[in-house]
Design a protein around this ligand. Sequence first.
Ligand SMILES: C[S@@+](CC[C@H](N)C(=O)[O-])C[C@H]1O[C@@H](n2cnc3c(N)ncnc32)[C@H](O)[C@@H]1O
Length: 418
Amino acid sequence: METKEKDDWTFKGADTRQLTHCYHDYPARMIPQIAAKLLDMFGKNAKLLFDPYCGTGTSLVEAKIRGINSIGTDLNPLACLIAKAKTTIPNLKELNKQISEFRKFSLTSKSLAFSSLPKIEGIKNLEFWFKPEVIEKLARLKNFINEIEDDSSRLFFQIAFSETVRESSNTRNNEFKLFRYKPEKLKNFSPDVFGIMISKLLRNRRGLGEFARIIDGDATKSRVKIYNFNSVIEIPEEYVSPSSVDIIITSPPYGDSRTTVAYGQYSRLSAAWLDMKEPEKTDRKLMGGQKAKKINKFPSAELNKTIDIIRQKDENRTLEVIAFYNDLFDSISNVSKVVKSGGYACYVIANRKVKNTLLPTDAAIRDFFRHFGFEHIDTFKRSIPNKRMALRNSPSNISGKIDNTMMQEFIVVMKKIA
Ligand SMILES: C[S@@+](CC[C@H](N)C(=O)[O-])C[C@H]1O[C@@H](n2cnc3c(N)ncnc32)[C@H](O)[C@@H]1O
C-alpha cells in the first residue's frame, strides 16, 4: 500500500452505506471503509475475526466479504438483530415474493380501522410517542411481518420495520436520544407509514442485491455468529476459544451510556415493537453503566494523570469515569486471551471530554493491551468528515450541542507478542 493511501483514513466522499451497510442507522457506526482497510492491512491471512462491541455488525460484514469467519457480541438486542440481518442472505426469490405481497397489502390495508389500539409491552404511554393512526398502521405492519414464515425474509422485514417505527414516531429524527417533537410540529405531523416501510424495503433490497453479488451467491463461504455476552465479565470458551482469533476490529463505546451515547434509549421504541424484552434496561448493562465505589489506578500513566485532574474538580464524576475504564480494562483482559500470538487488536475510538478535560482513551487502550502482552503497532488518526456524530450530546448532554474534540477518531493497532 502506498504511504499516502496508508495514512489517509478520512474516506471523504466514500459511500459508507453500500451493500447491507445501508440497512439501519445506528449511533457511532463504524464506517465500513475502516474495517475494510484494517482487514487489508492486518488480516491478509486471517481465518477468524472477533468484534466484542459489534453494534450493527460493520466489521462482520467486511469479514464475510473476504471469506473470513467472524464472531460478534453486543448487549443491545436491536444491534444484534441488525447485525444478523446485515450478514444474512435470504432466499432472494422468496424475499421478492414477500415484498410484492407487501406492496399489494399496503394498497388494500391502509384504510381499515382497528376497533381498539394494540398494547406494546415496554412502552408505557404509547400515544405519547405515536399518533393513534400511526399505531394502527404499525400494528398492521407488525401482523404482516409476523406471518412471514421464512425466517430470513422475516428478519429482513423486521429491520425495515424498526426504522419505520423510528421515523413515524413523534421523536425528533436527527437525535439519537428520545426527544418528542414540539406540539406545533406534531400538529401537522402525518407520516406515511406504509410509504416509509416500502422505501426502506426497496433501499435495503438494493443493498442486499449488491452484497449477494459480491459474496457470489455463496452465503456459506464464511460463518458469522452473533451473541449477547458481556466481554467485561467473561468471554465464554464455548463461543470463542482461547488463542483462536486472528484479528479484532471493533469500536467500543466512548464512555458510559448516560453521558455519551444512550444505545438502549435509541433502540427502545423499535425494540418494544419487535417484542424484545425490557429494552429500557439495556443502558445500565453497558460499559460504565454502574458507578464505581472507589477510585483506583490503572496501568496507564496518561490516564491516571487525567483522572487526577478530574478528581480535583469533581470526585463524584470521577467515579463514573473510573467505572468506564474499569470495564474497558476487564474487557481488554478477556479479549487479549482469545487473540492468537501474532494476532492483531484494532480499536477505533474517539476521546471525550469530562469536566473540560480530555480523556486519553486511545492511550489507555494502548497501555492496557501492552499490560497484557501486546506491542503497539500504530495509532492512526482520522478526522471525521460527517458531523452526524453520536456524541452530539456530549460532553454536556445538551441536545444538539456538538463537542469539537469528537471530530477526531483514533485507530489503535496492537499485536500480540506473548
Ligand atoms: C460504537 S458502538 C459499535 C458500533 C459498531 N461498530 C457498528 O458499526 O455498528 C458500541 C457498541 O457497544 C455496545 N456495548 C456497550 N457495552 C457493551 C458491553 N459491555 N458488551 C457488549 N457490547 C457493549 C453498545 O450496545 C454499542 O452497540
